[in-house]
Design a protein around this ligand. Structure first.
Ligand code: HEM
Length: 119
């Protein structure tokens, strides 16, 4: 019971995190400046933390995961996080944010497709 609630909370946070990254990207992808970098950075951290927690929970419940898929998602999510960190640093320093913002959003979109289509 407690495990089921924890699982639902983690999945909800995981889907919300995805919505924030992909949603922000789709709404702002034609902008040239003033990107909402902080929500994307926070959500990129949420994705890695909740994703790993979901893997841990599946392990604890002896649920079989597709590890090739999980590894692929982990690598892409790490790249999303690195891109979001660069976007944040560039915003602080006054450098070019666009390529990093687009990398974070585009890669998160790819991870969504990996999550849904790779069964
Ligand atoms: C930008 C990063 C990510 C995005 C956009 C994303 C997207 C998604 C989506 C859309 C689902 C729901 C799929 C479905 O129920 O059919 C999902 C589930 C899942 N994701 Fe991610 N994910 C990301 C990162 C990660 C990472 C880093 C991990 C682990 C290393 C991970 C592990 C999982 C697991 C285990 C589930 C299954 C949850 C369940 O029990 O239903 N995800 N992800």
């Amino acid at each position: 019971m407690a495990m089921a609630i924890l699982h639902s909370v983690l999945v909800a946070a995981h889907l919300l995190g995805m919505a924030v990254i992909v949603g922000t990207f789709l709404v702002q992808m034609r902008k040239k400046s003033d990107f909402a970098v902080v929500p994307v950075l926070i959500a990129a951290i949420v994705q890695v933390v909740t994703g790993l927690a979901l893997v841990g929970l599946a392990e604890a419940s002896d649920y079989d995961l597709n590890y090739a898929k999980i590894a692929t998602k982990a690598i892409i999510a790490t790249a999303v996080l690195v891109a979001a960190i660069f976007a944040y640093v560039m915003q602080k320093k006054g450098g070019r944010i666009t390529p990093f913002f687009h990398a974070a959003g585009g890669l998160a979109l790819i991870n969504l497709l990996v999550a849904v289509f790779w069964r």
